[in-house]
Design a protein around this ligand. Sequence first.
Ligand code: SAH
Length: 347
Amino acid sequence: MRSFQHIVNSLRRGEGVTDDELVLLLEGSCESDAYLTSQAREVCDGVYGREVYLRGLIEISSYCKNDCYYCGIRRSNKSAQRYRLTPDEIVGTARAGYAAGFRTFVLQGGEDPYFTDEVVEEVVRRIKDDCAGCAVTLSLGERSRESYARLKAAGADRYLLRHETACEKHYEKLHPESMKLTERMDCLRSLKDLGYQTGCGFMVGSPYQTLENVVSDLRFIESFRPHMVGIGPFIPHRDTPFRDKGAGSVPLTVRCLAIVRLMLPRVLLPATTALGSVGTGGRVMGLLAGGNVVMPNLSPPQVREKYSLYDGKVSAGAESAEGIAALRRELEGAGFKLSFEVGHSKM
Ligand code: SAH
């Protein structure tokens, strides 16, 4: 087996590394973590400099027809507080964010049948009309190819749909039988074909995940070549079947981010909310390992608690001028610069 320096250097040069070598990096050690993350950061600096793109997350609905075992807003969770924002509320939230400097809005939600193509089209059109030069990212789960095409035609620029795990057997342990990995993968391919800047991704430390599964996730990302990758630790939610499972590891999450940065130097890679939720400094650790996007919550304060995917989710506001100033200070303290550009993919 080669040394971790050799393996990281090979990744950086775009040369092949073996699955066993990836496992060695994922197992980590103080020395190998330091080398891996510093190399990933250098690669990111070369493409994006120290700029960190800002995205405003608007959680449009906590209704969901799916029943993913890990997720707090799953259909079977009778204790979940359900809400949906009206089109006016969503557009109003985006406009307020625009005034505060946001140039990308991420509309995320459960798979809520209320949000038909007609409704989402109208919302996307209105945001694009009212907020000149902004980008709209959708994260509304699995829809038909026709639906994705319509939403693209209405002006949506990007779509986030985590694949969750690239291994079919593992996928079956996280989802009810009605949900199929092949369908999720078909959705991802459609999104990319249709010209969306497309994001996939997975949870680190989801129940039953092995390091071999993580290697499959990284290999999938390497071959699919998405524009964006969302990776965060699994965090249990008290009202789900996984309530007693352990949370994913922050160091392992950070290693995954760094490896993805080395595999895809130009990818848009957020330091995710989940990473920021498990202990202090998670967000900055993600950026130091090659992340270049932050997605603070723009949802109206009265619904934030209700969009409860996992316990302890941070949702401190950045919609106010003070919120943005605090975020800017946090990033500047770590040597980064908050960018108010629209921040399209350079893939
Ligand atoms: N319904 C949309 C949006 C899902 S929420 C969709 O299907 O894409 C966004 C992401 O949150 C999910 O893709 C999942 O990876 C993550 N998530 C859900 N429950 C979680 C948990 N308990 N811990 C950490 N991340 C979780």
